[in-house]
Design a protein. Sequence first.
Length: 273
Amino acid sequence: MAYLNDRKKITIGTILKRKAKGTKITCLTAYDYFIAGLLDRAGVDILLVGDSASNVIHGHASTLPISMEVMLAHAAAVARGSEIALVVADMPFLSFQPSIETAVLNAGRFLKEAGAEAVKIEGGIEMAATVKRVVECGIPVMGHIGLTPQSIHRFGGPKIQGREERSQTYLKESALALQEAGCFSIVLELIPTDVATEITGSLDTTATIGIGAGPGCDGQVLVINDILGLREEGFKPKFLRQYADLPPIISEAAGRFIRDVREGKYPSEEESY
Ligand code: KIV
């Protein structure tokens, strides 16, 4: 596609310019080289190597089990597949919470060993000092507030955040503290539209990327498996728009291969040496 030839590498600066101009930012998760390349060429701005890999790639019930080593491997594959999009790697559970030093060292590994260009850190105002130090070390940080999946047991499930005044105040103060700490963007997850819109309007130098946070955010993110239908049946949160239904296509292709082999139709002479 010719227009893609004009695309320039997406940087933190591009994201902030998009916010300033009111141009919506697009973000999808990716976990491997091939899909990263497809999404990159489709024109997505940010490829997030989400710790949702724990669920959608490795089959865990939560994001808690995935390790630094596994996330580094996913991030490296995505970075190799991406040319234009900004590659952001999600810091997994316990890779940043224990201490600021742990956070800096692990965040640095994503840039140094995997070729990511930024990291994502879950948590609000309580994480601001950590974010500040990571940013001071030259590592761009995307924040993440609202329903932060690494705290799923504290929340008691995937519950909408920011319904009560106390929770709204925490989210608003957190967004400002994360901006002050230097986050170039913040994911707002499962937050009522009015609260997410107000937070977006309160930030000048930090773009908001919503998931289940309504249309008032500076951009939107979805999990690639979710939009392709590659999730367990019945997984249909209200915010999710599924753009393709790959399971029947994959099952049909596998079924045809199985049939051809069993019936001696594959490989043919032309497919043999
Ligand atoms: O891990 C992930 O995929 C995420 C997005 C849902 C924002 O954190």
